[in-house]
Ligand binder design. Structure first.
Ligand code: F6R
Length: 606
């Protein structure tokens, strides 16, 4: 989703801003812009619909765009179409203030009606209301930028990360945040702001976290944080462990393929972080105790993370013996089910910033229920606001389509389930040698990824002309089918449904016609024959089928046989070919693998 970068103090901030924005490209965006200025010299606003490369070209066309201070933005349209007028930064009607914003201003109509004149508006964004509002307050009430900004923040409702430049104070940036992520970056002879540390990691690894309803004054010399009542807040910078190398593509053409191939290493990294030298699974005892005390677990997540939750439920029920429900965050928030007496909430989120999940967390925190966040991003909002965190240790995931985070989420949930099961003396956990089984997964992932799997040919035969497709399976294979279908549709734009194979005949089989592609996942002995008979049902109605089975269950004519792993871990292997199918189908169609249309990596609006 939208990205913010701001810098102050460098001899010329323009390259740092544009480079920073390019590191935020993965979040998804449709337009971009920068504002830069220097005390006593010219100021520049350059913005455009399109990609960062288009912005670079616009900057070149403009000529000597240099400055001591600047703010930049990538926009993912919420209010108003993707077009240059709607791109940020936005300038106030009197030309004094320049603003970039992430989030959604919920009361923008009210602000417009009460404070804004139609002739001030250049585009259709909610953000524009705020920059005009600040200017109007400053002008009419004769307030400093800081006071006017602070007053405007008491009027604004919604989610925001703002960076504001006042042309009358060229040595300061003002920033504020509510619900949208924002970090202040601290460097040797500069300071900055960003919505994601990746934006400025090439310049510094020190970042200060900003909390909701705080405002920060950023100068070259330092930063001061205060709440909206003016109370100063002291906070140390944290050193982030990600490095510029984590952003490098190396020899890969796409982040998605790089991240798919990183999965064996991620499994080993998870083992290194959660298993000790005595081969015991080690989870923070406070987390184990909190989960053990719960009478029911509620997993809350969205998209791929929700799919990982479905697999995690099986593990928590089988290994830890705790009934587990898995809910879509966007549904749970508005249609809360009847809760058990001692619930525990697990929030699964790669980014740790997803607004739908966060709104549920805010609610469960208010109700006083314990919450554990399983995330890839230390210090993310969901991590900070939950009682406990378990990290994925997967390294930054840049491709919009999530791959390594999905398998890491499942692996980390298995670690939690095993630790709780051991604590409770559950036989299934005692009999499950997690270290061996997960190490085997890592090795089998390697052997599959390095094998001659012919997936490019399979994709060519099955999907070249396809407008729609199906993945089918039962149990965990059904859970993976849902994820497989999401992966295929989100990047190749082939409409695809993941379906419980036994359910097809209750309606959906009507969609099967000559050459409809149907992929079947078969990794469990107890559903092998049942799913195969469902495959026959669709074949006899003309479907083109592709069976992906697991060693030991294979039959003649199966298109792909996956190396064997423990049944509980089958999703970690069976998802790999489906990730590659999505990848190759997208390449075959000449589409942008890493940045599919309309999508954002970190979905920070509800
Ligand atoms: C799909 C994908 C999304 C995310 C979803 C939740 O490939 O990446 O479906 O899984 O937006 O995001 P997080 O996990 O960051 O909460």
């Amino acid at each position: 989703m939208c990205g913010i970068v701001g810098l102050i103090g460098l001899e010329n901030v323009t390259e740092g801003l544009v480079n920073g924005l390019s590191h935020l490209e993965y979040r998804g965006y449709d337009s971009a812009g920068v504002y830069v200025d220097t005390p006593g010299a010219a100021s520049f606003t350059v913005k455009t619909k399109g990609r960062i490369n288009d912005l670079r070209q616009e900057i070149e066309k403009t000529g000597d765009v240099t400055g001591f201070r600047g703010i930049g933005h990538t926009r993912w349209a919420t209010h108003g179409k993707p077009k240059t007028e709607n791109a940020h930064p936005h300038t106030s009607y009197n030309g004094r203030f320049v603003l970039v914003h992430n989030g959604v201003i919920e009361n923008f109509k009210e602000i417009k009606d009460e404070y804004i004149k139609d002739e001030w508006l250049q585009g259709e964004t909610d953000t524009e209301m705020v920059v005009h509002l600040v200017a109007k307050i400053a002008e009419e009430e004769n307030l400093s930028a800081k006071e006017a900004f602070k007053k405007a923040l008491t009027i604004v409702d919604g989610s925001y990360a703002f960076a504001l430049a006042d042309k009358e104070e060229p040595e300061v940036l003002y920033v504020a945040k509510n619900k949208s992520p924002l970090l202040v970056a601290t460097g040797e002879d500069f300071n900055g702001v960003c919505s994601d540390a990746l934006a400025l990691i090439e310049l510094t690894n020190k970042f200060v976290e900003i909390k909701d309803k705080e405002m920060v004054t950023v100068t070259k010399a330092g930063i001061t944080i205060e709440d909206l009542a003016g109370q100063a807040q002291e906070r140390e910078a944290i050193e982030f462990s990600i490095t510029a190398n984590d952003l490098a593509l190396g020899t890969y053409e796409h982040y998605m393929l790089k991240e798919i191939e990183e999965q064996p290493a991620v499994m080993r990294n998870i083992l290194a972080n959660y298993v000790n030298e005595q081969d015991e699974v080690v989870v923070d005892p406070a987390i184990v105790e909190a989960v053990t005390e719960a009478d029911r677990i509620y997993i809350i997540a969205c998209g791929t993370s929700w799919h990982a939750g479905l697999v995690g439920k099986n593990m928590l029920e089988k290994l830890a013996g705790i009934p587990t429900e898995v809910h879509l965050a966007s549904e749970f928030g508005y249609n809360t089910p009847l809760l058990s007496e001692k619930p525990l909430f697990i929030y699964i989120s790669q980014s740790g910033e997803t607004a739908d999940s966060r709104q549920v967390l805010v609610k469960t925190n208010e109700l006083g229920y314990p919450a554990l966040t399983v995330t890839n991003v230390a210090g993310s909002t969901l991590s900070r606001e939950a009682n406990y965190t378990m990290l994925l240790h997967a390294g930054p995931e840049i491709a919009v389509a999530s791959t390594k985070a999905y398998t890491a989420q499942i692996a980390v949930l298995s670690i939690l389930a095993n630790a709780v099961g051991m604590q409770k003396g559950i036989t299934a956990a005692q009999n499950f040698n997690l270290k061996n089984e997960l190490s085997l997964v890592a090795n089998q992932m390697d052997s599959f990824l390095n094998s001659d799997h012919h997936l490019q040919t399979i994709v060519h035969d099955m999907l070249l002309e396809a407008r729609n497709a199906f993945y089918i399976g039962r149990g965990n294979d059904y859970c993976v089918s849902l994820e497989a279908a999401l992966k295929l549709k989100e990047i190749s734009y082939i409409q695809c449904e993941g379906f419980a194979s036994g359910e097809l005949k209750h309606g959906t089989i009507a969609l099967i016609e000559e050459n409809t592609p149907v992929f079947a996942l078969i990794t469990a002995a107890h559903t092998n024959l049942q799913t195969r008979s469902n495959v026959q049902e669709v074949e006899s109605r003309g479907a083109k089928t592709c069976i992906i089975s697991m060693e030991g269950l294979e039959q003649e004519h199966d298109a792909l046989v996956l190396p064997h792993v423990h049944e509980l871990y089958a999703p970690l292997i069976s998802v790999l070919p489906t990730q590659l199918i999505a990848y190759y189908a997208t390449l075959e169609r000449g589409l942008d693998v890493d940045k599919p249309r309309n999508l954002a990596k970190s979905v920070t609006v509800e």
